[in-house]
Design a protein around this ligand. Structure first.
Ligand SMILES: Nc1nc2c(ncn2[C@@H]2O[C@H](COP(=O)(O)OP(=O)(O)O)[C@@H](O)[C@H]2O)c(=O)[nH]1
Ligand SMILES: [Mg+2]
Length: 234
């Protein structure tokens, strides 16, 4: 279904959305402009426009088939920038059980990177509720200073039931941040157990955050998530 057809199907709700959010012009044209014109979206991402980056991430996260085609076209358009920026971009994956202090640590790490002149993107993946499908996307509230920094972009993302602690589109979202000129991409997973190591595959460095008093020395040398960690923070 095209964007326009989708709009017509749900036009009542969308019309209310456009009128209450004061978006002028033809709403159908607005939707087409935002999501179908991948060229201008790509230009927005390349010029580090936050709004364009946010919309581009929404596009790659979408499960609709036509959005996935547009997302692929968008990433193709960004290829030259991605090739030239890979060497200076560092992706750090951060994992650990819920409440271990991942978001708090990322706030400190991100602010330190910003003070050293880096541009920092944080992709914080929040658990989606198994019963309602919703997510509270609360990690951003743990990063009050970083969220307000002009050199940082903090994006909470619902996990939507993907296992391994990362969302399906996290890899693409990290590439978009890289294309937008963020040279430090920090990925916080949903709180994971012992064997969810997916984020280690998509990051250059994997930081495991563990709460203290989690067991003896044997716990530390058990196979699983500790095995793939580059750094363990307690
Ligand atoms: N005592 C103590 N509390 C911490 C530390 N780091 C984080 N916390 C607290 O632990 C709670 C969970 O932190 P959060 O960063 O949201 O954990 P996450 O779920 O792993 O992202 C919060 O109330 C933090 O204030 C720490 O180093 N020491
Ligand atoms: Mg967190």
């Amino acid at each position: 279904m095209s964007t326009t057809a989708a709009f017509r199907r749900t036009s009542g709700a969308w019309r209310r959305f456009f009128s209450t959010n004061n978006i002028s012009g033809n709403p159908i044209a607005y939707l087409d402009r935002v999501y179908a014109d991948t060229d201008s979206l790509a230009r927005g991402v390349l010029s580090s426009d936050r709004g364009s980056l946010a919309r581009a991430i929404t596009l790659v996260e979408s499960t609709r088939v036509e959005h996935q085609k547009l997302a692929a076209a968008l990433l193709r358009a960004l290829q030259p920038r991605l090739r030239s920026s890979t060497a200076r971009t560092l992706r750090v994956g951060v994992s650990g059980p819920p409440g271990a202090g991942k978001s708090t640590l990322l706030e400190a790490l991100g602010c330190e990177y910003v003070s050293r002149g880096h541009r920092v993107a944080v992709l914080a993946i929040d658990p989606s509720s198994a019963s309602t499908g919703g997510a509270i996307l609360g990690d951003k509230t743990r990063m009050p200073r970083l969220s307000c920094s002009p050199a940082a972009f903090v994006r909470p993302t619902p996990s939507r039931g993907t296992l391994g602690g990362v969302a399906r589109a996290t890899w693409d979202a990290a590439l978009l941040c890289q294309a937008a000129g963020y040279d430090r991409v920090l990925i916080e997973t949903v709180g994971v157990g012992q064997s969810e190591t997916a984020v280690a595959d998509l990051a250059d460095a994997f930081l495991l955050v563990l709460p203290p008093a989690g067991g003896d020395e044997l716990q530390g040398i058990k196979r699983g998530i500790t095995e793939v960690a580059d750094i363990v923070a307690v």
